[in-house]
Write a protein that binds this ligand. Structure first.
Ligand SMILES: *Cc1c(COP(=O)(O)O)cnc(C)c1O
Length: 464
């Protein structure tokens, strides 16, 4: 398998190079040259596999043998040994039409751990094998940063710097990032919002000279390996539900911000998994809902909501979908992205809208709906949703028929977002791992939103 860019201007490369490149050098996003289709009988055989075995099979379609089988198996094994559930991502069944896939059993209690535990180990593996310096740079709305730091803290040959918006992440998210005291971790707390942080990161990655000088590596979902790691649980969820009840196609409702998690679902569907609807669940920052409903991709005003990890206006993975929507025409994608850069908006051709609407459905949660859903499911099913998962359940209610089967992704544990639950109010017991965070010292540098300041910090921190 070779990897190419959505803008068509990089040389084809292999799995490890695609992993290391992160954002493609031509400013586009990395994608596989062809999406492999898994034969039906193969899918059937996969039903019996453990999470780790399934991941190995899926990755084997993409890795070109660049990682020897035994090494890949060990990497996968180590990555999920840190999870609190033997199933890695267990299913919680509410009823025959609604299943919740719990993606929060990793070290930082959010779904980002699933990909980033593996990515941390893969960076460490590549660093050792190729004797390469790895300087990781990422921006976070809270969960990515915590998961990435947990994925690489204390690992030799790797430095990690994470930007987060100052006072715009939840208390637990902040503590998970800033109570880590390893020398290879730097937290920059930026006066601004997530999109500001992300913009600086994108600029630095697009600055090829800077990127190469510091061997910059990405951990956000612009990295294709993260997308691929997230396809695994779509397959796994399908098989777990198929063991319990007879199903044909299955819908997925996905709390969405950067379009990363749901793009993994799009990929799984192209690989042959019988997915019915892919439902985009958003909050008031609903650029993606408006895209599906109106065909216009245009950021609105930034709003702080109960689900801060989805408070994102520019979905950095959207370009991947744009590529497939435009029949893999890299020239057209470049044109559209330039148009977006210049005008701050993209209008999808009317002729493409039936395709968009058959690929996705969407629902944006507004106002009190999020808290009402949490309260309702707590009362009626005795199951506590976090505010992001609640958006997913609200979107299930809005978009999935009761005679269909839907899996909603629980992208975080409710203890991570107690601020919202206190408003209902619901009192919850914190897991001991989270409880322990509250009495520890914090390590972070607070600074103004200034690219210059940020670069200065990075130059002092990174190894060359
Ligand atoms: C990151 C995150 C999301 C959004 O995921 P994307 O891949 O950016 O769409 C949703 N919920 C939680 C809890 C998250 O941490």
């Amino acid at each position: 398998m070779d990897f190419i860019s959505t803008r068509g201007k990089i040389q084809k490369c292999g799995f490890i190079d695609a992993f290391l490149m992160g954002l493609a050098d031509d400013g586009g996003l990395i994608i596989p040259e062809h999406i492999p289709v898994v034969p039906q009988d193969q899918l059937k055989a996969w039903e019996q596999l453990s999470y780790q075995e399934l991941m190995f099979e899926i990755f084997s379609y993409y890795t070109n043998g660049e990682i020897p089988d035994e090494d890949l198996k060990a990497l996968i094994h180590d990555s999920y040994a840190t999870f609190r559930s033997p199933d890695v991502t267990p299913i919680h069944t509410i009823n025959e039409s609604l299943h919740v896939l719990e993606l929060f059993h990793g070290p930082t209690f959010a779904f980002k751990d699933v990909a980033l535990q593996f990515i941390g180990n893969l960076y460490s593996y590549v660093s050792k094998k190729q004797n390469k310096i790895i300087n990781i740079l990422g921006a976070t709305s809270g969960d990515t940063g915590a998961a990435a730091i947990q994925g690489v803290r204390g690992k030799e040959g790797i430095q990690i710097c994470i930007l987060h918006p100052h006072n715009k992440v939840s208390k637990v998210q902040e503590l998970q990032m800033t109570t880590v005291h390893d020398d290879n971790v730097l937290n920059l707390s930026v006066e601004g919002n997530f999109d500001d942080c992300q913009r600086v990161i994108k600029e630095l990655f697009a600055d090829i000279e800077f990127k190469n000088k510091y061997h910059l590596r990405a951990i956000n979902s612009i990295n294709f390996v993260r997308i691929l790691a997230q396809t695994v649980y779509y397959f796994y969820a399908y098989f777990q539900v198929a063991k319990k009840q007879s199903i044909d196609a299955i819908n997925f409702s996905v709390p969405t911000g950067n379009f990363g998690n749901i793009f993994s679902g799009y990929l799984a569907k192209q690989m042959g998994l019988p997915i019915g609807k892919l439902i985009l669940a958003t909050n008031e920052n609903n650029i993606l809902e408006r895209f599906v409903k109106e065909g216009i991709y245009m950021p609105g005003d930034f709003l702080s909501t109960y689900s801060p990890s989805m408070d994102i206006q520019i979905a950095s993975n959207f370009e991947r979908y744009l590529y497939y929507l435009n029949q893999k025409d890299a020239g057209k994608v470049t044109e559209l992205m330039n148009e977006f850069q210049q005008n701050g908006k993209l209008v999808i051709a009317e002729a493409d809208m039936p395709q968009v609407r058959s690929d996705f459905d969407a629902h944006g949660v507004k106002g009190a709906e999020c808290l009402q859903i949490i309260e309702k499911y707590n009362k009626e099913s005795g199951y506590l949703l976090d505010p992001h998962t609640a958006c997913g359940v609200a979107a299930y209610e809005a978009c999935s028929d009761k005679n269909e089967v839907c899996v909603v992704f629980a992208t975080a544990h409710p203890a991570k977002f107690n601020e919202a639950l206190e408003l209902i109010p619901i009192e919850q017991q914190f897991p001991k791992e989270i409880e322990q965070l509250f009495n520890q010292p914090q390590y972070q540098t607070v600074l103004d939103y200034s690219k210059e300041e940020i670069v200065k910090q990075l130059e002092a921190f990174y190894k060359v």
